[in-house]
Design a protein around this ligand. Structure first.
Ligand code: ADP
Ligand code: MG
Length: 255
């Protein structure tokens, strides 16, 4: 009797917590209480994000110093929450505010397989699973750092600081070469989405990959993807007088 009651209570307790966090969860304001902690949801509200992009916030993962969590910014989640129940149900078929996660995971898996076959290192930063947090679903990612253990510099920061040396240029060219050779689609390739891993001496893409198109021509037709990569690099990354790009050899060089 005691156990049945206890079990019933636990079930009631966890389903209440679950509803509070998942039923309409991705847009609820962060609440921190014992029930949430007991439910195993990772609490991020007490921390501040260590970086921010256009869509996501990056957090240190509590208890895992070599990992980061990536969540969707509250404003973007709230946009979905304001919609009618019917609209939300339709949105949810495509993962609601987390649509971008699905695109990335699919493409990450495809790329990992390509790299395995070609025996090349994966140019995309390692990703783990998804976990529940008080900021909605979070992607677990390897934390890329500089030599001191601080969050890695982006290519943008290094270009602006004129801090690209021959060694970093080599890591960058190796990463870009893999994108072209294996025909990896990174339609949002930019200097903010490339980071330098000083520990393992390489350059990695942290965002912007995947094919969002309904008809994925770029995945099917290598020429189109390579043209897109070249266009992004020439127009969004290379800066005359700072970091130049040679479309013929597909290499960056310092002026
Ligand atoms: N795995 C990672 N390791 C280190 N820094 C990262 C990692 N992922 C992202 N970042 C940093 O966080 C910033 C924003 O992340 P990003 O994934 O690009 O978010 P968004 O999709 O919002 O643009 C990046 O520009 C980069 O500086
Ligand atoms: Mg980004």
């Amino acid at each position: 009797m005691f156990f049945r009651t206890a079990f019933g209570l636990t079930r009631h307790f966890s389903s209440t917590v679950f509803k509070a966090n998942f039923g309409v969860g991705y847009h609820t304001a962060p609440v921190r209480n014992a029930a949430q902690i007991a439910s195993g949801i990772t609490i991020l509200a007490a921390q501040t994000p260590i970086a921010q992009g256009r869509v996501r916030q990056i957090w240190d993962r509590p208890g895992y110093p070599d990992q980061v969590l990536k969540t969707i910014q509250p404003g973007k989640r709230a946009k979905f929450a304001k919609r009618s129940r019917l609209r939300r149900a339709v949105d949810d078929i495509r993962f609601g505010p987390y649509r971008t996660f699905r695109i990335e995971y699919r493409y990450y898996a495809r790329t990992a397989f390509k790299c395995l076959k070609a025996q090349r290192p994966n140019p995309i930063a390692e990703m783990g699973g998804l976990i529940a947090t008080d900021q909605g679903l979070a992607q677990i990612c390897e934390k890329i750092t500089d030599a001191s253990g601080a969050l890695a510099s982006t290519l943008k920061v290094l270009i602006e600081a004129n801090a690209l040396d021959d060694q970093k240029l080599r890591w960058l060219n190796e990463c870009i070469e893999t994108l072209f050779v294996l025909n990896i689609s990174v339609p949002d390739l930019s200097a903010e989405n490339i980071v330098f891993d000083e520990v393992r001496q390489r350059c990695l893409v942290v965002d912007g990959y995947g094919d969002k198109a309904k008809i994925p021509f770029r995945t099917w037709i290598a020429y189109l993807n390579r043209a897109k990569l070249d266009f992004r690099i020439s127009n969004k990354i290379a800066i005359p007088g700072r970091l130049e790009w040679d479309s013929q050899t597909r290499r960056f060089f310092l002026p």
